[in-house]
Design a protein around this ligand. Structure first.
Ligand SMILES: Nc1ncnc2c1ncn2[C@@H]1O[C@H](COP(=O)(O)OP(=O)(O)OP(=O)(O)O)[C@@H](O)[C@H]1O
Ligand SMILES: O=P(O)(O)OC[C@H]1O[C@](O)(CO)[C@@H](O)[C@@H]1O
Ligand SMILES: [Mg+2]
Length: 321
């Protein structure tokens, strides 16, 4: 009987992927499976970049950011012809289960693959965007937040020294989670995210009043999904009358050594993924919700809209008005 489990990473890399790879390999072997590694994500699945894993291959990776398996966004995987090629690569090696560490798009890809060829998979949520429905946490978020925190703390030093305003754009695709948590934890004055309506007139009245009372500098955080960074920079400069600079943090947010939280979460998710496959799950996503680990069927995750935590939503209001 085939007992190969292939482990892969897909979509945007995030810190915590490496600890998840290591744990999945080691735990799968302990449970009597033959672990394989897929390099280059879905592209590698198609192009047969699949090797049996050994302890050596996954040693010394715990502290490294990104993914040692590398990742990709593959147009070809949308095409059945290439998915069939991927299936044949797995079949030849006796691989009958997959663990995918990635985001919602990667889960949809593997769900399509399951519908085509019946290869069960378990998904481990890993994306700095924290935009996966059904889970409060995705691997990489804490590390990204710490990098953003460090950057904003540094920007505050120069903002206060020069009595300037700074607009800082953070990643997150359509999700405002990174921006909002960063704004709250860094004490920003303004935060614009796609999920929360904002009112520049009210923000203007508030900032002018604070400046009249002695405010010397301003920190404003925007989520990339608002596409407001350039406009807000000009608006603060011209309307509020404070010299303003823009910093787009960009891909620096995706790198860095995983934090303790990301390492521990990676282990929990990886063990849960192997256990879920052993228990007969066919397309389950590992989740962490209200302090509890569990799994959800793919439809409750990849085809649902992510919703911002209502408590965060309420805290965001004062920063957007
Ligand atoms: N319906 C689908 N059918 C086949 N392949 C798909 C499907 N949806 C997504 N994919 C594949 O999954 C890849 C990864 O998805 P995506 O680029 O959205 O990243 P992600 O996994 O959501 O991670 P992140 O959002 O953090 O970058 C896509 O580039 C594409 O190759
Ligand atoms: O790395 P790429 O392909 O430029 O994609 C950037 C996107 O990926 C993410 O970093 C992760 O999904 C988003 O926050 C960002 O919009
Ligand atoms: Mg995604």
């Amino acid at each position: 009987m085939a007992n190969g489990i292939a482990i892969m990473t897909s979509g945007g890399d995030s810190a915590g992927m490496n600890p998840a790879i290591k744990c999945a390999v080691e735990y799968a072997a302990q449970r009597g499976h033959e672990p394989f590694l897929v390099y280059d994500g879905l592209r590698g699945l198609i192009d047969d970049k699949i090797v049996p894993s050994t302890r050596e291959l996954v040693s010394g990776i715990m502290h490294r950011g990104g993914t040692m398996l590398r990742s990709s966004r593959s147009k070809r995987f949308f095409d059945l012809k290439f998915r069939r090629q991927a299936y044949e690569n797995l079949q030849r090696r006796g691989i009958d289960k997959l663990i995918v560490i990635g985001g919602d798009g990667s889960f949809r890809a593997l769900n399509q693959f399951y519908a085509d060829f019946g290869i069960p998979f378990a998904g481990i949520p890993a994306t700095i965007d924290n935009d996966i429905a059904g889970t409060d946490y995705c691997l990489g978020v804490d590390t990204a937040l710490n990098i953003i925190r460090q950057s904003i703390d540094s920007i505050r030093d120069t903002a206060s020294s020069f009595s300037r305003a700074f607009v800082v754009e953070v990643m997150g695709r359509h999700c405002g989670y990174l921006a909002l948590v960063s704004a709250l934890s860094c004490g920003a004055e303004v935060c614009l995210v796609p999920e929360v309506p904002y009112d520049l007139d009210k923000i203007g009245i508030r900032l002018r009043k604070e400046i009249a009372e002695g405010r010397g500098y301003i920190l404003a955080i925007t989520a990339e999904g608002t596409k407001m960074a350039d406009y807000l920079t000009r608006w603060i400069n011209d309307t509020i009358g404070m010299e303003t600079r823009l910093t787009v943090l960009g891909h620096v947010q995706r790198g860095g050594s995983p934090t303790v939280l990301d390492r521990i979460m990676a282990y929990k998710f990886a063990v849960a993924a192997v256990d879920a496959l052993d228990a007969g799950a066919t397309n389950a996503i590992m989740v962490y919700r209200d302090g509890t680990y569990g799994s959800l069927p793919i439809d409750a995750v990849a085809h649902q809209q992510y919703k911002l935590d209502p408590a965060l939503f309420r805290l965001a209001g004062p920063l957007a008005t």
